[in-house]
Structures are given as C-alpha cells and as structure tokens.
Design a protein around this ligand. Structure first.
Ligand SMILES: Cc1cc2nc3c(=O)[nH]c(=O)nc-3n(C[C@H](O)[C@H](O)[C@H](O)COP(=O)(O)OP(=O)(O)OC[C@H]3O[C@@H](n4cnc5c(N)ncnc54)[C@H](O)[C@@H]3O)c2cc1C
Length: 372
C-alpha cells in the first residue's frame, strides 16, 4: 500500500488518490475485465470479485474510479470512434478520468429539468450555466455533461450529452466541502466553446445516452452471477462494519464507574446485537430496497453506536482519545450524505413503488417534475 493514502483521504475527502489510481492502471486493475492488450488485466469474474473485495478491505479511494467506469460505458457506445480510441489507453492507465455533470443548481433529483444551455455555433457548441456537486471535477480531465439544446421541446427531448474537457477556457471549478468530510464542486460554464466531436450521441437525444450510466448507478442490470453484492448499498455497510468494530474495541477496553467491563453489560450487548442483526439484514436486501436499507442502516445504526459509546465517540480524527482514530465520528458524519448522492432515498422509494410494486408513477403538486 502506498503510504499516507488514508491520511490524504481524511484531509481532502477527494475519493481519489492519483498515485494509487495510476498504480492500479499500471496493473490493468482499473478495468480488470479488459484484455491486457487493451490496458486491462483479463481477469475472470472470480478474480475480479477478489480484487474488488481487497480494494474495499484496504479502503482504496474509489469515487473517481467508479465515475470513470460509469461514463466510459457511454463514451464507448456513443462517442465518435476516433475519440473513444484516442481516450481508451489513458482511461485504462489512469491518466484520463471522468466525472458526472448531472445536477443543476435548481434541477436536483430531476436531472431532465436541466437548464445549462448548449447552443450550436458552426462546428462548436457554446455552453452557459452551472452544475452543482460535480464530485471529482478537480481530479478529472472530462465531465459527462447534461445540457439543454432545445428549450421548447418536452424536457426529456431537448437534452444533449457532451464529454467536456475541463481545461477549456470558461470552466471554473469551486470546492464545496460537505459535513461528511467529502469534497465536491460547483462548476461554472461561461461561454465555453466545445468542438462538436465531444458530443455523445445525437442532438436532443441525450436522455438515451444518459440512461445507461444513470440506470447503472441506480443498480439496474447488476450482475446476478452469485459473486456480486446482493445489497446495492453495500458500500455504505462497509463503513458501518468499521464503526461496529470501533465500538467493540472501545467496549473491550472500557469499564463502567462501578468497575465492571462495558463488554459484560447485558444492556450494551443487547443494543449492539440489534445493530449486528440490522447489518446482516441489510447485506441480504436486494434491488433498490438494498440501496435504501444500506443507507438507513448506516445512518440509524451509527447514531445508536454514538449513543452507546457516549461523547468520546464524537472525538474527531487525530484528537487524543478518539476511539479507533475517530472512526465513529467520521462514520456518523459521512452517513448523512448517503441518503442523497446517487439518488435520494425518496427517489429510490419511488423506484421501488413503480418498478418493484408496479404502482402508478407519483406526481406531486408543485414538484419540479411539473415545472417547465
Ligand atoms: C456529496 C455529494 C456528492 C454528489 N456528487 C454528485 C456528482 O458527482 N454529480 C452530480 O451530478 N450530482 C452529484 N450529487 C448531487 C446529488 O445527486 C443530488 O444532491 C441529489 O440528486 C438530490 O438533488 P438535490 O440536492 O438538488 O435535492 P432535490 O432534488 O431538490 O430534493 C430535495 C428533497 O426533495 C426530495 N425529492 C426530490 N424529488 C422527489 C420525488 N420525485 N419524490 C419524492 N421526493 C423527492 C428529495 O429526496 C430531497 O429530500 C452529489 C450530492 C452530494 C451531497
């Protein structure tokens, strides 16, 4: 393991470490299923699963790794072949990385309501507008950008996707730091001139281009080969496991005022046991329900662990006496964002209602979905 990776992650919240990313690329492990001659490692599904579990076990920062993989699927399918061929070696080696430019400052969950404008001018397009929460933009070369190219068409029909080079004049990236310790960005586009070759798919047919990566992020088409995680929110549960370990470690070395070990306290063990049962239930919750269960198990579970440990649970990373180097404080803060990114819990409840229970599509008076 390259030294200082975890410290770097705690101080930056980037979800990315360049040296690690490139080291993975050098071994073909960013796209491990790709053949070696294309920059991958030619790993079969079992070896890919082992690799994924090891990366998680070592807590390798993976946000930019994941967004690059999501976007690559759309680039491979919809970019002009020369552009895809030009980018592929860099993507495999780790020097070319992609982030997701979906959320408008106003659009939020309703991505199709985006109003960042792209207007054709000769062989170029001129972009004006802003995106919120473009995580990793400061570590990426391109953003997978949703733009509006026809304001008069129904909202899903006037969108066009671009792979926008972030180094272009007129792109400004501003840091946003979250309560959970993550870094994301607001990205402003002022008269940004993008050559047409960076358009992905047809003009005004961006929704079809976007659907693939969006559905993949929402968990559609997940492998059912018996190797993949059952729970879509499994990534949140790794953090909960670490928080449970921290609590168990604290209990083993702590005593009550009467001198009895915390680890022998039946009330403590009962409450801890309930959280372990919740974890086990979450790990085997499938489909979009798993995304909701994973997030809620972490949010509610860590709150319970903080209550069990008491005030010292909220000592932060690097503070004297922080249990497991501030693991509980970190997990408690980080948990909150998991209800939002990649689709909020409420949006996932709608997905469960419509696609699992077969209920009619929900409409809300005054919702953004109704505003043109
Ligand atoms: C740390 C972080 C990283 C992120 N990274 C990225 C990124 O890399 N790229 C990117 O494009 N975006 C990113 N996002 C944005 C994220 O996907 C959005 O925040 C999310 O989609 C919600 O949008 P919003 O915050 O505007 O809330 P809104 O959509 O305005 O929602 C406000 C509230 O209304 C509820 N709501 C909204 N629509 C419905 C509905 N149809 N039914 C029921 N309830 C509803 C929501 O659940 C929420 O409680 C990130 C966000 C965070 C916090």
């Amino acid at each position: 393991m390259i030294p200082g990776v975890h410290e770097h992650e705690r101080s930056t919240g980037d979800g990315f470490h360049e040296e690690v990313h490139r080291a993975l690329g050098a071994r073909g492990w960013l796209f491990p299923s790709w053949p070696t001659e294309e920059g991958g490692a030619g790993l079969d599904p079992v070896r890919r699963r082992i690799l994924a579990l090891e990366l998680e076990r070592y807590r390798v920062p993976h946000v930019t790794l994941s967004t690059t993989a999501l976007v690559w699927a759309a680039v491979a399918r919809f970019a002009e072949p020369a552009l895809a061929a030009e980018l592929k070696p860099g993507v495999a080696a780790g020097g070319v990385r992609f982030c997701l430019g979906y959320s408008d400052p106003e659009g939020g969950s309703d991505i199709a309501a985006t109003y960042l404008r792209a207007v054709r001018e000769g062989e170029d397009w001129i972009l004006n507008g802003a995106k919120m929460f473009t995580t990793g933009a400061h570590n990426c070369q391109y953003t997978f950008l949703v733009t509006r190219t026809d304001a008069s068409a129904p909202k899903h029909k006037g969108l066009t996707m671009f792979l926008v080079p972030l180094a272009l004049p007129g792109v400004e990236i501003q840091a946003i730091r979250t309560y959970g310790g993550e870094r994301t960005n607001a990205v402003y586009y002022t008269d940004v001139r993008v050559p047409d070759r960076y358009r992905l798919g047809e003009v005004n047919e961006g929704w079809g281009v976007l659907r693939g990566p969006l559905d993949a992020e929402h968990g559609a088409g997940r492998e059912t080969d018996g190797l993949s995680d059952v729970c879509q929110g499994r990534v949140f549960l790794w953090e909960f496991e670490r928080a449970l370990e921290a609590t168990i470690g604290w209990a083993r070395r702590s005593v009550r005022p009467d001198g009895t070990p915390v680890a022998d306290d039946p009330a403590f063990l009962d409450r801890l046991g309930r959280q372990i049962v919740e974890l086990e239930a979450a790990v085997v919750t499938p489909g979009p329900m798993g995304r909701i269960k994973g997030s809620l198990t972490l949010i509610e579970g860590v709150a319970e662990l903080v209550d069990l440990v008491g005030p010292e649970a909220l000592l932060a990373y690097s503070a004297d006496g922080a249990p497991a180097a501030g693991e509980l404080d970190f997990a408690h803060r980080w948990a909150q964002g998991t209800a939002t990114y990649g689709g909020t819990i409420e949006v996932f409840k709608n997905i469960v209602a419509q696609h699992v229970l077969g209920l009619p599509r929900a409409t809300y008076p005054g919702s953004k979905a109704l505003v043109r």
